[in-house]
Design a protein around this ligand. Structure first.
Ligand SMILES: [Zn+2]
Length: 690
């Protein structure tokens, strides 16, 4: 066996076939892969005419050429044999190298054959064993500023439906949750034993995660994983890894997106830290965020028109919204549905709606609100074309993302207000447009200019985080390669917009932006309504500006949650159809919270967010409380936010890894008080402890 070691892992390969046959976590004495016969190296899907599902498996090839150094092992297969295609003139070189204390798996594909290399499974773990004493094992990956979790043991879902696979299979289909958009996945048990797998290079490619349970369930009523190593004559094992969709064309060479693996011990925060140590070297927040958006402040989101013609407010009435914001100390308005046809209609056009007023009336309203000290940020959307537009076929269909059959993909769209529309009878369908075609980028630029010309303080580009349901575009008449990743020009689009601005102050906002997008968007607008929300984006970008929506009429818990996760508040009474004065209890409590974090910004704004790391909170009964987070000030002092989401008071003991709690303050207190031994927090309240 050929062995490599990092600080957390021991890795072993079979030199006869390049398979990964040994993977061991030194941090938790966990043999992750230890049944050599189940080891795998890679798998390629090489579609043949009349037999698309044709695979080549690394471990079934002739012996590769192996080169080993101290921290690196490479295998080269000069020629590949597939199940039904015989020999292919494809050269595969895999490299596993210890880099940044991770085992990094990369692959070069030189395709001199007549087939495409369409799917690549690599690195491909043939057998993810659960730790011996564990009661549960799960797979987590990021999604919409949070984490998404699947059970791998004792149950295992089949996310793709049992008709389409031979084994229960987990595969995230929403393309905005796949790597590199959410760059990592964690497999961990209930004892804090975990391993991380994540991208090892900052590059957009098309990939997803895939886990398979072999041979299947022991019993299907509860999707139960067999407890034993074998069931009948079958081995029981779980395969796992990223699947890439590179569509490597004949006559081309392709470097697969590399993935690194590292073991960790602790909660998911520890797993994510394996990514942030890389992210810090790749990524940087933009330094041109407008001054007004740099400090703790609050937003209002308000929608004034929808596809079934709400027509709630004329542009000339908008200053009233500004006045109400002034009254409640709100700094910015995200204005939605101002475009012709309303929210989610008429995309990608960004013209004013004559039924709401004129271009000049909107421009004047924006200027009036700005004069009050409140900023207007216009809702925009560039990812789709509305299929119901008269000129859709002529102007937009040619530029839409196409599937391998030459058809455009369809996003189902969004429904508003009328029963007909809520039943999806007359929804405006949204067609994902190809950003890899220059012509469409030019269309977007023209639309963006309209927003700038209105004098807006910025834009909130809704759905900038995705191109669902697409992952690749196959229309080579667009001037790109066959199968180009749909997300590959997201950054280019915003760079083009910045050229139009030519240095003018303008807030670039986006919805629930993915990690790379934090580099070129100033703010991320998201929704985080979950008591057990996992602040994935916040932890990846401790100082990124993230805004979360608050809709409840006495929404103390969400306001406390915003303090705990360093989210700005977006006030949204009546599901963003109302005014700040519609829910005075919520805005009043929010103002107190923002006052607190402004006064204590050294910790809770300028400090480093650590989530559950660097401290813990113990209940009177000895159990741990989960609703807290830790911030470390620039001076190295610990601050903690503790939320009580319950309807009863709670008495807790905060424990810091460094130092001891000296003072505390509830959101409703005016000043800090001396901390005793424990702290009692009223129902639906939060305390800060420093
Ligand atoms: Zn295209």
């Amino acid at each position: 066996m050929i062995k490599l070691e990092s600080n957390s892992l021991a890795v072993g390969f079979d030199e006869n076939n390049g398979s990964l046959v040994h993977l061991y976590s030194k941090l938790s004495s966990w043999p992750i892969i230890d049944r050599e016969k189940l080891g795998l190296s890679w798998r390629l899907m090489l579609p043949l005419e009349g037999r698309r599902n044709n695979n080549a498996w690394g471990h079934l090839q002739k012996k590769p050429v192996c080169i080993q150094t101290d921290k690196c092992v490479s295998f080269t297969w000069d020629g590949v044999v597939s199940e039904f295609g015989g020999e292919h003139n494809i050269c595969i070189t895999t490299v596993c190298e210890i880099k940044n204390d991770q085992a990094v798996f990369s692959m070069k594909i030189a395709n001199n054959d007549l087939v495409y290399v369409e799917n690549v499974y690599y690195p491909y773990f043939g057998d993810v064993r659960r730790p011996k004493e564990c009661k549960s094992l799960s797979l987590m990956h990021g999604g919409y500023s949070d984490m998404i979790e699947y059970s791998l043991y004792p149950t295992f879902p089949n996310t793709r439906g049992y008709f389409g696979d031979d084994f229960p299979t987990i595969l995230p289909i929403f393309t905005h949750n796949t790597p590199p958009v959410y760059p990592f996945a964690l497999i961990s048990d209930d004892q804090g034993n975990g391993f991380y797998m994540g991208i090892a290079e900052r590059r957009i490619e098309a990939a997803t995660w895939m886990a398979e349970l072999h041979p299947g369930y022991s019993e299907s009523i509860t999707s139960r994983v067999p407890d034993t190593d074998t069931i009948g004559k079958w081995d029981v094992f779980t395969r796992f890894g990223p699947v890439h969709f590179p569509f490597v064309a004949p006559g081309t060479i392709f470097d697969l997106l590399p993935f690194g693996v590292e073991a960790y011990k602790g909660n998911w925060n520890k797993g994510l830290a394996c990514y942030t140590k890389l992210s810090k070297s790749w990524n940087k927040l933009p330094n041109d965020i407008p001054q007004w958006a740099r400090d703790p402040h609050a937003w209002l989101q308000i929608h004034i028109n929808a596809p079934d013609d709400e027509l709630r407010m004329r542009y000339t009435d908008l200053p009233k919204v500004g006045e109400d914001c002034v009254k409640h100390g709100i700094k910015a308005i995200q204005l939605v549905g101002w475009n012709n046809g309303g929210q989610d209609r008429g995309n990608p056009y960004h013209d004013t709606d004559p039924r709401l007023g004129t271009f000049d009336e909107l421009k004047e309203a924006i200027a009036n609100i700005h004069a009050m000290g409140v900023k207007v940020v216009l809702f925009t959307k560039f990812v789709w074309a509305d299929r119901s537009l008269e000129n859709f076929e002529k102007d937009f269909e040619p530029l839409a993302i196409k599937d391998p059959y030459g058809d455009y993909y369809v996003h189902p769209g969004y429904q508003y207000h009328t029963a007909s529309q809520l039943m999806d009878i007359n929804t405006r369908r949204l067609i994902p447009m190809c950003f890899a075609t220059r012509e469409y980028i030019e269309v977007c630029k023209e639309e963006f200019r309209k927003v700038v010309d209105l004098g807006a303080a910025g834009m909130l580009y809704d759905e900038c985080l995705h191109h669902s349901p697409t992952l690749c575009c196959f229309d080579i008449s667009h001037g790109h390669r066959y199968g180009v990743p749909s997300y590959s020009n997201d950054e280019v689009l915003i760079a083009e917009f910045r050229k139009i601005l030519n240095g003018k102050e303008f807030l670039m906002g986006g919805e629930a932006v993915y990690d790379f997008q934090h580099d070129y968007y100033h703010v991320s607008y998201t929704r985080t309504w979950k008591p057990d929300h996992k602040p994935t984006s916040r932890l990846m970008r401790p100082h990124g500006t993230i805004i979360s929506a608050i809709v409840g009429f006495k929404d103390r818990n969400m306001i406390n949650h915003c303090l705990m996760n360093r989210y700005l508040i977006s006030y949204e009474p009546f599901n963003f159809k109302g005014m700040p004065s519609d829910y005075p209890e919520t805005t009043a409590y929010g103002a107190k919270m923002d006052a607190l974090r402004t006064e204590m910004r050294e910790y809770f704004w300028d400090g480093e967010f650590c989530d559950k790391l660097c401290g813990k909170v113990i209940h009177a009964d000895g159990k741990e409380l989960d609703s807290y987070s830790v911030f470390i000030s620039k001076g190295g002092n610990t601050g903690m936010v503790i939320c009580n989401y319950e309807d009863e008071p709670v008495t807790v003991t905060p424990i810091f890894d460094e130092g001891t709690p000296k003072q505390y303050r509830l959101v409703e207190d005016k000043e800090l008080k001396a901390f005793g031994k424990t702290l009692t927090i009223a129902p639906q309240s939060a305390a800060v402890v420093i």
